[in-house]
Ligand binder design. Structure first.
Ligand SMILES: [Mn+2]
Length: 453
């Protein structure tokens, strides 16, 4: 069976840019647009041309230099906006005017102060005007999810008749639930005359954390375009995250048998570029592209990962452009990961030696959360030094200097620590092979497996 193709409409440069701290100048938008082109999105919404001269210029230069995708510009349903949008877009190889007008009673009454009938006529006239400039016209009934369904269907029918080629259904305020939103898309498909000639699109916000779920529900119900943004940026809680939608479909084709034109290994580079440009980074646990999305700290997870990544990863980091999984060394880590990191640092240990290092490592990790390579190197050195000086049976104390320097946030370990003479004299008969055994060893590997599920 051929899989349906979903068009990815990226609004990072328009809705995304409207989020606090994420505004971009012309040069930055252009840089981002080139990366979105590499990523393979179908539509780039480059801005809202009437909003400012800068935004006009940005849409104009994106239109002039990015030739493969459709370039969209936003316009309210009025003549000056539509004309301005066209002025900015006319150099594009595939221009699209995106007209919007609020349709919910709450917006009509308090914001626009117009009747439903006036709203319908304004929407229809705006699409007609846009159509005189451009074949590709998208219409969005703002706040669609809080709009009376009968009225919404009548209005959509009018704009299809006026020439709209894409009907975008926005959950502007992030209010919808997945089943409900899917139902709305189905209703529109059944009730709007002429709908078979146009593409249905979804535009979801994340106010209840459901933007991606709602977008997937819309696709399942027949939407063939999805509007989304890199890193999920956008008004308030943001838009549906592009990387999450794309990877949900890629990881679960059994339930979401759809294709996109997105090259998934460009997801991480695109996310990083956006963070670099805006200075706004994503939370570490952000799905797909967060710092911890492919990091494993728990011992049982690390052990599984080292044996076969399929144990704890549903996709490879490489598939989304992340260089490699990270095994973070913390108090939840086990010997297996510790040994591997030691090996990567150039040290190979006998089992008993490793146990001693592991014992010290756990004590340290309890204090400083993440054990960096430099801590580990000190720890190894310290364990070796003490092994040479302390008689067998005596268990050394916590490497306090490391803990102190780490918790004080120092980037380099204190040099004085190593020059400090150790109090215990070296017994003549001690051998390095007779490292003191800690209680840890008696519990064996099971000790590493306390953290799971
Ligand atoms: Mn929006």
């Amino acid at each position: 069976m051929e899989r349906a193709r979903i068009r990815v409409f990226d609004t990072t440069l328009r809705d995304g840019e409207q989020s606090p701290g994420c505004s971009m100048n012309v040069r930055e938008k252009l840089r981002m647009a080139h990366q979105l082109d590499r990523l393979g999105v179908d539509v780039i919404e480059a801005g809202f041309p009437i909003a400012s001269d800068g935004d006009f210029e940005a849409v104009q230069s994106v239109s002039a230099s990015i030739r493969r995708p459709v370039i969209a510009g936003l316009a309210r349903a009025c003549t000056p906006d539509i004309e301005r949008a066209w002025q900015a877009l006319k150099g594009a190889s595939h221009p699209r005017i995106h007209v919007f007008l609020a349709t919910s009673d709450i917006h009509l009454k308090y914001k626009l102060r117009i009747s439903r009938q006036q709203c319908l006529e304004q929407a229809r006239d705006a699409v007609r005007l846009a159509k005189t400039f451009c074949q590709d016209v998208e219409f969005s009934p703002e706040d669609a999810t809080r709009t009376d369904t009968d009225f919404l269907c009548r209005l959509l029918e009018a704009v299809v008749e006026a020439g709209a080629t894409t009907l975008n259904i926005p959950d502007t305020v992030g209010y919808a639930m997945p089943a409900e939103f899917g139902q709305l898309i189905e209703t529109i498909q059944h009730r709007v005359r002429g709908i078979e000639r146009v593409t249905i699109s979804a535009h979801c916000h994340d106010d209840l954390g459901l933007a991606v779920a709602n977008s997937l529900a819309a696709i399942a119900a027949g939407a063939r375009q999805v509007e989304c943004a890199i890193n999920g940026i956008g008004e308030r809680a943001g838009n549906a995250s592009l990387e999450e939608i794309v990877m949900a479909m890629r990881v679960r084709p059994d339930l979401h048998p759809y294709d996109t034109g997105v090259l998934s290994d460009q997801l991480y580079p695109t996310s990083k570029l956006l963070s670099e440009i805006t200075g706004v980074s994503v939370q570490p646990n952000k799905a797909i592209i967060g710092r911890n999305a492919f990091a494993h700290e728990a011992g049982i997870h690390q052990d599984g990962m080292l044996k076969n990544p399929l144990t704890y990863e549903i996709m490879t980091p490489q598939s989304v452009g992340v260089p490699d999984s990270t095994l973070v060394l913390g108090k939840h880590s086990g010997r297996h990961a510790l040994a591997l990191r030691c090996e990567q640092l150039g040290y190979q240990f006998e089992r008993r030696e490793l146990d001693e290092i592991y014992r010290r490592f756990v004590i340290l990790a309890d204090k400083i959360k993440t054990v960096e390579d430099r801590h580990l190197l000190e720890l190894i050195r310290e364990a070796r030094e003490q092994a040479q000086r302390i008689p067998p049976g005596h268990v050394g104390e916590l490497p306090l200097a490391i803990a102190a320097s780490a918790s004080a946030g120092q980037t380099r370990p204190s040099g004085a620590y190593f020059s400090k003479p150790l109090a215990t004299p070296l017994p003549a008969d001690s051998k390095t092979s007779e490292l003191p055994l800690s209680k840890v060893e008696q519990h064996g590997e099971q000790e590493d497996y306390l953290w799971g599920v």
